[in-house]
Ligand binder design. Structure first.
Ligand SMILES: [Zn+2]
Length: 184
């Protein structure tokens, strides 16, 4: 659990007045929500940090392989957990996509795997510019190579975050525009 994120001034009140101590990330307004909502937000923040930590560790093949413990494809398939992890993928299933995987560098998501699919070839055909594909297949990289890959990975990650924020903003703008048109 995260501790010391907020200093709670008035513990007897239902509405708290948190003051950021070590983080600039705040999901809720301190003046509008209850203590229960604040705690829920802190737990969500904790989960997000855990997810980021777990995502960072996907740069090791052994960690990627460990995510495939509930891999739905048969042992006789070509797309085995070993080949998936070696091709840069980790398993991130959803309710509707039990075989969803994601590349830890380009963040390309793929699902709907067929028994004959070759993970490396699928990665290449759907995300040919991924920097991981031009690395040595075994992780005997030099520190320089690792840092270069990590730098490209973080750029890709940041772009994903920015694109999601832009999409979110555009959706919100559209909603506001529709509401304004109703007033006209
Ligand atoms: Zn990739």
């Amino acid at each position: 659990m995260i501790t010391a994120i907020f200093e709670i001034k008035n513990k007897t009140s239902d509405i708290v007045e948190p003051r950021p101590l070590i983080s600039t990330r705040c999901y809720i307004s301190p003046h509008k929500y209850s203590f229960a909502e604040l705690m829920e937000s802190l737990i969500k923040m904790d989960d997000d940090i855990e997810q980021e930590r777990a995502a960072f560790s996907m740069n090791l093949e052994a960690n990627r392989l460990a995510t495939f413990k509930d891999w739905p494809c048969d042992e006789n398939c070509n797309c085995t957990p070993d080949k998936m992890a070696a091709a840069g993928f980790f398993h991130c299933p959803t309710e509707n996509e039990p075989d969803l995987v994601k590349c830890f560098v380009c963040f390309k998501e793929l699902d709907g795997w067929e028994p004959d699919d070759d993970p490396w070839q699928e990665h290449k055909s759907h995300s040919g510019h991924c920097p991981f594909l031009s690395m040595k297949t075994k992780e005997d990289w030099t520190i320089s190579e690792f840092l270069k890959l990590e730098s490209q990975r973080q750029q890709n990650r940041l772009m994903k975050v920015v694109q999601a924020k832009i999409k979110e903003f555009q959706q919100h703008a559209q909603e506001v525009r529709e509401q304004m048109e109703l007033l006209a």
